[in-house]
Design a protein around this ligand. Structure first.
Ligand code: ZN
Length: 409
């Protein structure tokens, strides 16, 4: 087992950890550890909210979750010899939950507090708690379901340079300016409230907090990509923008479906990840790479029998859109949600299943005007009953009046 170079105390909040995490991106955050190319090491983390969500049957913690200190990131790690233009090669050797803490959660956040892909239909807070059984997850809030997780870090990336950071701020502020009062907002500008930047203090902290980037969007350096296939056994290639690369990570996911549609839509967990790092000197310059990329794992859950829902770029009200993938993805998700309710699931349960189970989302076509076509594939094997259509029609296998997602109580 590789040595932990960052450890956490699950009984303490993000702000009480030693060393302090960080919850914005900024090039001046001092490294908390240093490694050499070829090293293997373990990084422990809290969940993305820093322990705000409880293992209980009440969604008030989802409703009241403070997003200003999120995500909690652990690092930065200095990689000796890394310089701008290099390619940082990171192997995800293994990843899991802390021993004795084998559980996670999925949340539907309110429209005013995070929202979600279908927040206009699902504006109310809900929570599902998941229990981990080795590689499998089950939930007392969603019966009839058991699946193997594709466990991965939702968030991992290198530090931006000052130049890159100012590009991010400029382009995101320009977008916000097009509709500054929108709920949920179009993007999140820097915010000094609850900003933690590791060991930065005083004037340096105050200055950096005014410009440090929020962690919600993925960007060129990786960041919050929420790509489920960056799983154990995969290899990630990051651009290096600053001396030492300054690698940070957090927001580990036991499982997630493509799209992570409920916003807090993975099975979120606190945990550990074992990594191996290497450097390709001048690699990004040589390959012309300006965006993080990765190689998939040789190990994945082996699902082969999928029921695949299609969606086209025609709105809920029948409006024809031109090749709009977002509209098409919404329709595919709603088609799957409507279908799952025929087996007794509540609409909220179906929304969460699509969000956190090993669901495959694909772009089928973007050239067949006017309809973009996407697909959302559900592994049939994860249900305890047959979900395929047959002549007898759907049976009610689940009673959501007896077991449903947690609400506020
Ligand atoms: Zn997450």
């Amino acid at each position: 087992m590789p040595k932990s170079i960052i450890t956490v105390d699950l009984n303490k909040t993000g702000r009480e950890q030693t060393p302090l995490p960080h919850n914005r991106w900024h090039p001046d955050i001092p490294p908390v550890a240093s490694v050499k190319p070829g090293d293997e090491f373990r990084i422990e983390t809290l969940d993305w909210t820093g322990g705000q969500i409880r293992n209980d049957d009440n969604a008030s913690d989802i409703r009241d979750c403070d997003l200003t200190p999120c995500h909690h990131l652990f690092g930065p790690i200095d990689v000796q010899g890394a310089e701008p233009g290099d390619m940082l090669v990171v192997d995800v050797l293994d990843i899991g939950a802390h021993q004795g803490n084998e559980w996670g959660y999925t949340g539907i956040f309110t429209t005013q507090n995070g929202g979600g892909f279908l927040t206009d239909i699902f504006p109310e807070p809900r929570k599902a708690i998941w229990d981990f059984h080795g590689i499998y997850a089950t939930s007392r809030h969603i019966p009839g379901l058991r699946f193997a997780g594709i466990t991965h870090p939702g968030l991992i990336g290198t530090a931006p340079s000052h130049d890159l950071l100012s590009k991010w701020n400029k382009r995101e502020r320009a977008l916000i300016a097009t509709d500054p009062d929108r709920v949920p907002p179009l993007a999140l500008p820097p915010l000094e409230t609850n900003c933690i930047l590791g060991s930065l203090t005083g004037d340096a902290l105050a200055q950096a907090a005014r410009e440090a980037a929020r962690t919600i969007p993925p960007r060129e350096h990786g960041g919050n990509c929420d790509i489920k296939n960056i799983s154990r056994g995969s290899r990630i290639y990051f651009p290096v923008y600053v001396k030492g690369a300054k690698l940070s990570m957090g927001d580990y996911h036991f499982s997630q479906g493509d799209g992570e549609i409920t916003f807090c839509g993975a099975i979120e967990m606190a945990g550990w990840m074992d990594l191996h790092v290497d450097l390709i000197k001048g690699g990004c310059t040589k390959y012309g790479v300006e965006q993080a990329m990765f190689k998939t794992s040789p190990v994945d859950p082996h699902y082969s029998d999928y029921l695949v829902f299609e969606g086209i770029s025609v709105g809920d009200d029948g409006t024809q859109y031109y090749n709009d993938l977002t509209v098409a993805y919404r329709r595919a998700c709603l088609n799957a949600i409507n279908y799952l309710t025929k087996f007794g699931y509540s609409r909220e349960q179906a929304y969460v299943i699509l969000s956190c189970a090993p669901v495959e989302g694909r772009v089928a076509g973007v050239v067949d005007i006017p309809n973009a076509c996407v697909s959302v594939a559900l592994p049939c094997e994860m249900f305890e009953f047959d979900i395929k259509p047959n002549a007898a029609g759907p049976q009610k296998h689940v009673d959501s009046s007896k077991a449903d997602l947690a609400r506020c109580s």
